[in-house]
Write a protein that binds this ligand. Structure first.
Ligand SMILES: O=P(O)(O)OC[C@H]1O[C@](O)(COP(=O)(O)O)[C@@H](O)[C@@H]1O
Ligand SMILES: [Mg+2]
Ligand SMILES: [Mg+2]
Length: 342
């Protein structure tokens, strides 16, 4: 019989891997795991307890909030507040950062960026949703937290992860030393190690993009989609198109099966739609740690200097070969668009 390793045990075992190992980051990850279990419990019975549907409010992006968006946000913030290791939370659901000023968080060193519930449009129809998080360490030793400490590049993440509330509930995270996945065992109420050392397959045959936006895509992305659809045995084309509409679920599937997820700029989202700080950076770190790649077509996602908490970016993320093929198309069409070239 294989030994069960819970998330809590795993975190303690791996604590020595952390550069500043004093147990705070371990406790922070544990707090996120606890909030995830609470959110999971409500997601599972949402239809019964009246928390499906719209909340009647909008967030800073002008997007309608679902009741579960608000519930998940409250749970994660409350867990981070009472844990004492986090001094600032940046959440999709709040215009500004939330500064945690309590006695127990006086010496807190960590900053958390979070999308409490990703894939809102899927909540009411019983399709997978998730939580995405990113953890940074304060750059100053003490004193009030400065904006530059919050707007750090993705390369500075000390940990990142996601929870997917799907056919089973999983928590996947990295501290920059590989990626490990834990499945929630409802019989004991614990996340247990089920996917050690996750690696994205080198060859992928899935492309994930909202093709309903086709006419709004840049030419290079349109060309890449056509490339995916052309038959060619040597490259296993035509590729399969799969799009769930929850980034976390689309990226999780591609992490396990191999594939590329694309959310480019469109004529209606000229900066891209997905948010750098709490959607793209954490998933980019996970995918890179699993042997894949994440870019905006030109730059590594993790090297983009954020200028705003809710900044958006185009993203192409998945196994290296597929992402590099997308980049080839995107970059070529940019060159062709320069007057006088070709
Ligand atoms: O409906 P679209 O334009 O394809 O966008 C889907 C994308 O929007 C998101 O739902 C945005 O996330 P939120 O639900 O957290 O706002 C992503 O998860 C998903 O990939
Ligand atoms: Mg989201
Ligand atoms: Mg969200």
């Amino acid at each position: 019989m294989t030994k069960t390793i819970t998330l809590g045990q795993f975190i303690i075992e791996k604590q020595a891997d952390f550069p500043y190992a004093k147990g705070e980051l371990s406790r922070l990850l544990r707090d996120i795991g606890i909030a995830a279990k609470i959110v999971n419990r409500e997601v599972n019975k949402a239809g019964l307890v009246g928390i499906l549907g719209d909340n009647g409010t909008t967030n800073v992006q002008g997007e309608g909030q679902k009741k579960l968006d608000v519930y998940a946000d409250e749970q994660f913030i409350s867990a981070l507040r009472s844990g004492g290791e986090c001094c600032v939370v940046a959440s999709e659901e709040h215009d500004d950062c939330i500064f945690i000023n309590s006695e127990i968080s006086q010496n807190a060193k960590y900053i958390v960026c979070i999308d409490p519930l990703d894939g809102s449009s899927n909540i009411d129809v019983n399709v997978s949703v998730g939580t995405i998080f990113s953890i940074y360490r304060r750059t100053a030793v003490n004193g009030p937290v400065q904006p530059s400490e919050i707007l750090q590049k993705g390369t500075q993440q000390v940990a990142a992860g996601y929870v997917i509330y799907g056919s089973s509930t999983m928590l996947v995270y990295t501290t920059g030393k590989g990626v490990n996945g834990f499945t929630l065992d409802p019989s004991i109420g614990e996340f247990c190690l089920s996917h050690p050392n996750m690696q994205i397959p080198r060859i992928g045959t899935i492309y994930s993009i909202n093709e309903g936006n086709y006419i709004k895509f840049p030419q290079g992305v349109k060309d890449y989609i056509k490339y995916c659809q052309v038959e060619d045995g040597a490259t296993l084309r035509p590729f399969t198109s799969r799009y769930i509409g929850s980034m976390v679920a689309d990226v999780h599937r591609n992490l396990i099966k191999g594939g590329v997820f694309l959310y480019p700029t469109t004529s209606s989202h000229t900066q891209g739609k997905l948010r750098l700080m709490y959607e793209c950076n954490p998933l980019a770190l996970i995918i890179e740690q699993a042997g894949g790649k994440a870019t905006d077509g030109f730059r590594r996602i993790l090297e983009i200097q954020p200028e705003d908490l809710h900044q958006r970016t185009p993203i192409f993320i998945g196994n290296i070969e597929m992402v590099e093929k997308v980049e080839e198309f995107v970059q070529l069409s940019e060159v062709e668009a320069i007057p006088g070239s070709f």
